[in-house]
Design a protein around this ligand. Structure first.
Ligand code: NAP
Length: 245
């Protein structure tokens, strides 16, 4: 174990970009905790990594169920005594097939429960463990579609997806959550930034993205590295650089 070895919890890590990020970070020598709401899918994902010789472990966690999040924090405290990096990756959309006018309010609420309130639930539960790290880091997996500057630009190439009421506004809220915690935790040295994997083909978007999950995972891992060495409160762009908020 080196000084650079980190204990990393990734929510929604049983598939997609979360799992690809886990594999990338485990290959870099870190211990990854595969946060997943379904025990079978979570255990299978963790076993997939351990059979590759990587250090990974399934942690049961539904971000919309505070009891599972509290139990996950207890388990991490007992087994590891600290958490170095929290990646709030779990995310959903229920917008496809709807306009802002037709999206049922329950679907809008459910999107916020996962993408916004879920992230806040996990942050608050893990903060005592992040405080035990010499360099605590929170990465919130956002989207360029949560950038108010992108949404305000009628000519932006992402405009095709600008009408996703639940997804885009929940990621905009997550961006604000990022900035609020970045400020609140600055004096304690815990850094908080928003991350962006790029448009990747996953279940979330019916495999429409041009990038692979492996590319997305590599970008998130790279951004986490930069987030550690740069000032808190960044919004990373998948091409390098930064997104406008
Ligand atoms: N794909 C893209 O192009 C893209 C671009 C920008 C940002 N992102 C963001 O990247 C993140 C990962 O998305 P993805 O594209 O990899 O989608 P995905 O393949 O659908 O994966 C989403 C993950 O979140 C988990 N999840 C959903 N609700 C959860 C809950 N309540 N508790 C715990 N886990 C939960 C899912 O678990 P189950 O298997 O149990 O459903 C799954 O593991 C999301 O935050 C997304 O907004 C994606």
């Amino acid at each position: 174990m080196t000084d650079n070895h980190r204990i990393v919890l990734i929510t929604g890590a049983n598939k997609g970009i979360g799992l690809a990020t886990a594999r990338e970070l485990a290959r870099a020598g870190h211990t990854v905790l595969i946060g997943a709401r379904d025990p079978e899918r979570g255990a299978e994902a963790a076993t997939g990594l351990t059979t590759e010789g990587l250090e990974a472990r399934f942690v049961h966690l539904d971000v919309t169920d505070p009891a599972t999040v509290a139990a996950a924090a207890e388990l991490i405290a007992a087994e590891y005594g600290r958490l170095d990096t929290l990646v709030n990756n779990a995310g959903i959309t229920r917008d496809f097939g709807h306009t802002p006018e037709t999206l049922p309010l329950d679907d809008l609420r459910a999107t916020y429960e996962t993408n916004v309130f879920g992230a806040v639930t996990v942050i608050n539960a893990m903060l005592p463990l992040l405080r035990k790290s010499p360099a605590g880091l929170i990465g919130n997996v956002s989207s360029g579609l949560g950038s108010s500057s992108v949404l305000a630009d009628p000519d932006h190439p992402a405009g095709e997806y600008a009408a996703l009421l639940g997804y885009n506004t929940s990621k905009a809220a997550l961006n604000a959550v990022t900035l609020v915690y970045a400020r609140a935790l600055r004096a304690e040295g815990i850094k908080v930034s928003a991350l962006e994997p790029g448009h990747c083909a996953t279940d979330l978007n019916h495999h429409s993205g041009p990038s692979s999950v492996e590319e997305g995972g590599r970008r998130i891992a790279q951004q986490l590295g930069e987030a550690l060495s740069e000032p808190s409160g960044q919004f990373f762009h998948p091409d390098g650089g930064r997104y406008p908020w």
